[in-house]
Structures are given as structure tokens and as C-alpha cells.
Design a protein around this ligand. Structure first.
Ligand SMILES: Cc1cc2nc3c(=O)[nH]c(=O)nc-3n(C[C@H](O)[C@H](O)[C@H](O)COP(=O)(O)O)c2cc1C
Length: 175
């Protein structure tokens, strides 16, 4: 097989540069999450679509966090993190929490959220589901770190909105 389809812009065997890597992985449609943690009483948050289910028993998930982000230092310092699986009404929150250089102090003020009584992490209200996770391992992942954790709590929204999606570099929604 020399191509991945009649409209393949990138035939197999071409060099793997960053543009091609992004274009190809951008065709892997995902949901969108906000990952949160608390360090020294301060909330940290970042939009992420690298959430992956790892194991059922024990219940493990992972996220990949770019080393250059400010969230990287925060999540390595935290013992627990929260994941909000975003609904389409949270698109503005996703855009905001993916904005590099935004002020960190009060970054969750414009985002409707509540706080877990178990781990104290902030969880975004406009979500389909929530997870609370305890970090169990951190692995090297090139320019990212792979943060693996055990799910210690989870919840489903009673009346979930459409899912917020990310596909080919754009937000969308799925009912
Ligand atoms: C849809 C979407 C998904 C993203 N997923 C990730 C991700 O999984 N891991 C990551 O490190 N950055 C991801 N980013 C980029 C971060 O959200 C972005 O770099 C953010 O500004 C980092 O914030 P900080 O530097 O304040 O920590 C994603 C951005 C978007 C728009």
C-alpha cells in the first residue's frame, strides 16, 4: 500500500515532519477535557485531548502534558488531578484554558466550576462526566510527560450536553 486513500495528501514513506504529524493525528477525532489540579492552594488548569483509558483493573487513565507548559510543573507537584469531559457549552472555556500566556491567577474565574470535596480539585460544570485521579507514574514522552493515574472517583452528568469534539484542528460537537 503506498497511500492512505485516493485523496491522500501525504503518501506513505515521506519524511515525518511536524506538519505531517499534526495533519495525520488531527484526523484522529477526540473529545476535549480540562485537566485541573491544586498546588499550594492555587488552581491550575489546561485544555487537553490526550486523555486515554489505560486499564480497567485497576482503573487507570493517562494524559500527556507538554514539558513547556506551565501546567507541567503544577501536575508534577500535585498528587491528584481532575478531568472534566467537556460539553459543547464549554467551548469558550476550552479555548481560554488553551491560551498560552493567559494570567494564571483567577484563570478559572470565567469558567463555571465546582470543587470536589474528596480531592479539592476544580471541576468544570459544562461537562458530560468527571474523573478524579491519583498520579501513580510519570513516564518520559519526548517533549511531553505521560502522567498515569488511578481513578479514585468518577461521575456522570444527569442531563449531559452534546460532547465537545476536536477534529482536524477545529472544535465541533457530537450529540
Ligand atoms: C483541543 C486542544 C487539546 C490540547 N491537548 C493538550 C494535551 O493533551 N497536552 C498538552 O500538553 N497540551 C494540550 N493542548 C495545549 C494546551 O492546552 C496549551 O498549551 C495551554 O496553553 C497550556 O497552558 P499553560 O502553559 O498555561 O500550562 C491542547 C490544546 C487544545 C486546543
Amino acid at each position: 500500500m503506498t497511500s492512505v486513500g485516493a485523496d491522500a495528501a501525504y503518501p506513505m514513506g515521506e519524511p515525518v515532519d511536524q506538519a505531517r504529524f499534526r495533519a495525520v493525528l488531527g484526523r484522529f477525532a477526540t473529545g476535549v477535557t480540562v485537566v485541573t489540579c491544586v498546588v499550594d492552594g492555587a488552581d491550575h488548569a489546561m485544555t487537553a485531548n490526550s486523555l486515554t483509558s489505560v486499564s480497567l483493573a485497576p482503573p487507570l487513565v493517562l494524559i500527556c502534558v507538554e514539558r513547556e507548559t506551565r501546567f507541567h510543573e503544577a501536575i508534577l507537584a500535585a498528587t491528584h488531578w481532575g478531568v472534566s469531559v467537556l460539553g459543547s457549552p464549554a467551548r469558550g472555556a476550552a479555548t481560554w484554558l488553551a491560551t498560552r500566556g493567559r494570567p494564571l491567577a483567577g484563570q478559572l474565574d470565567p469558567v463555571a466550576h465546582h470543587r470536589s470535596s474528596l480531592t479539592e480539585v476544580a471541576l468544570v460544570d459544562d461537562a458530560l462526566a468527571w474523573l478524579e485521579v491519583r498520579t501513580t507514574a510519570v513516564h518520559d514522552g519526548g517533549d511531553h510527560s505521560i502522567i498515569v493515574g488511578e481513578v479514585v472517583s468518577l461521575a456522570l452528568a444527569d442531563d449531559p450536553p452534546p460532547a465537545l469534539t476536536f477534529f482536524r484542528g477545529r472544535y465541533g460537537h457530537l450529540d
